[in-house]
Design a protein around this ligand. Structure first.
Ligand SMILES: Nc1ncnc2c1ncn2[C@@H]1O[C@H](COP(=O)(O)OP(=O)(O)OP(=O)(O)O)[C@@H](O)[C@H]1O
Length: 368
């Protein structure tokens, strides 16, 4: 069953359309990530679920019921914001229990649930402190505890980790997954951080300019991107995209004619003689001194050593390409070869920029 469903939902502020005809079904109990660049409309989608923003047109269903007109207070939601929004004059325990007191939950039950949330989030011993006497990480956990304690159907989180340093974020990601596994609520989590999206999400909804680009598992979003926007948004550095063309059964790359393996030929049979885009992730690029069966000559024009891996820049088909390899093996100006691995290719339509799909590989064929 879907617990949250947008059907043709548009949201406008005045004349400006922020969310355009959104169709999005979120399953009961799943961890769904709303991901996208700044300003793409992620928070607006979350705020429509919470009822803090209205829907301009289309339908929003919560637990199967039309919710367009349902007041925020009548929706079963808990929200955690980027700035935590804690009450400065209330202690940790009072902050955590606030929502229960407002909802007139009996005292004994409030006491028990607050205690449980405080234990789950590792806040024992801090119950009587004021927010000003807590670290950023502790404040963030109080905000999460305040959400957990409500036992709402929908747990809505808007960039809850963005004020934490990198180390705390890593810990908090694991804590969030733990909380979800413990309580099984439907999580909708807004972030622009692809690492958070990949590690926390069971599915990712990627938005750009108010339009849903892809809705799928982190694995598929990375390995089977639906279009060039998705392909280049996920992964760092971004996927390399090259203009090319298939002539007879050959792909034109760096002045060479590369014989396309059978599965790709079959997959791309309607794309002969028309421009086509080839995508290759930097981490899927292999560089060698000697030419091999499937390789093209390149000249290194720039080297970036990151310590744990090295980036090599070169040009192919008039496009700057970066390959990331584990060791520092070549210098600027080196004439070497890019060894191609056709199983790591992605092809896109030149006009629509949509993926042209992926072939089924027989067990042995096409392996490097
Ligand atoms: N109340 C409002 N009135 C007018 N425009 C708004 C309002 N709320 C949001 N917007 C605009 O809608 C667009 C989407 O905003 P939203 O906050 O949903 O984006 P976001 O993807 O969450 O971005 P960020 O990651 O920067 O928070 C932005 O251009 C924003 O300026």
């Amino acid at each position: 069953m879907n617990s949250i469903e947008f059907v043709g939902v548009t949201k406008s502020f005045g004349e400006t359309v922020i969310i355009n005809e959104l169709d999005l079904a979120i399953k009961k109990g799943e961890r769904l990530i709303l991901l996208g660049p700044s300003g793409c409309g992620k928070s607006t989608v979350l705020r429509m679920i919470s009822g803090l923003e209205s829907v301009s047109s289309g339908s929003l269903y919560l637990n199967g019921e039309l919710a367009n007109q349902v007041d925020s207070g009548d929706r079963s939601i808990a929200m955690v914001f980027q700035n935590y929004a804690l009450f400065p004059h209330m202690t940790v325990a009072e902050n955590v229990g606030y929502g229960l007191r407002v909802n007139k939950v009996p005292k004994a039950q409030t006491y028990q649930r607050v205690g449980e949330a405080i234990a789950t989030l590792g806040l024992e011993g801090l119950e009587d402190r004021l927010p000003k006497d807590l670290s950023g990480g502790q404040r963030q956990r109080v905000a999460l505890a305040r959400g957990v304690v409500k036992r709402a159907d929908f747990f809505l989180l808007d960039e809850p980790l963005s004020n934490l340093d990198a180390q705390l974020r890593g810990q908090a990601r694991k804590e969030l997954v733990k909380i979800h596994e413990l309580y099984g609520q439907t999580f909708v989590y807004v972030t622009h951080d692809q690492i958070e999206a990949m590690t926390i999400g069971q599915r990712i909804a990627l938005l750009n300019d108010g339009v849903l680009q892809m809705l799928d598992t982190p694995y598929n979003v990375y390995h089977r991107p639906a279009n060039i926007f998705t392909a280049t948004f996920i992964g760092s550095p971004s996927m390399n995209i090259m203009e090319t063309q298939i002539t007879a059964s050959y792909l034109e790359l760096a002045g060479e004619k590369i014989k396309l393996p059978g599965p790709w030929l079959e997959q791309l049979k309607n794309y002969g003689q028309v421009p086509i885009k080839l995508g290759v992730r930097p981490e899927d690029i292999r560089l060698t001194k000697k030419a091999s069966g499937l390789s093209v000559p390149i000249t290194i024009k720039y080297v970036e050593d990151y310590g744990n891996r090295v980036g090599y820049y070169f040009d192919v088909n008039g496009q700057e390409i970066i390959g990331i390899i584990p060791e520092h093996r070549y210098e600027k100006g080196a004439h070497i070869h890019w060894r191609l691995n056709s199983r790591k290719w992605h092809f896109f339509d030149d006009t629509t920029e949509r993926s042209l799909g992926y072939p089924q590989w027989p067990e042995e064929e096409g392996k490097e």
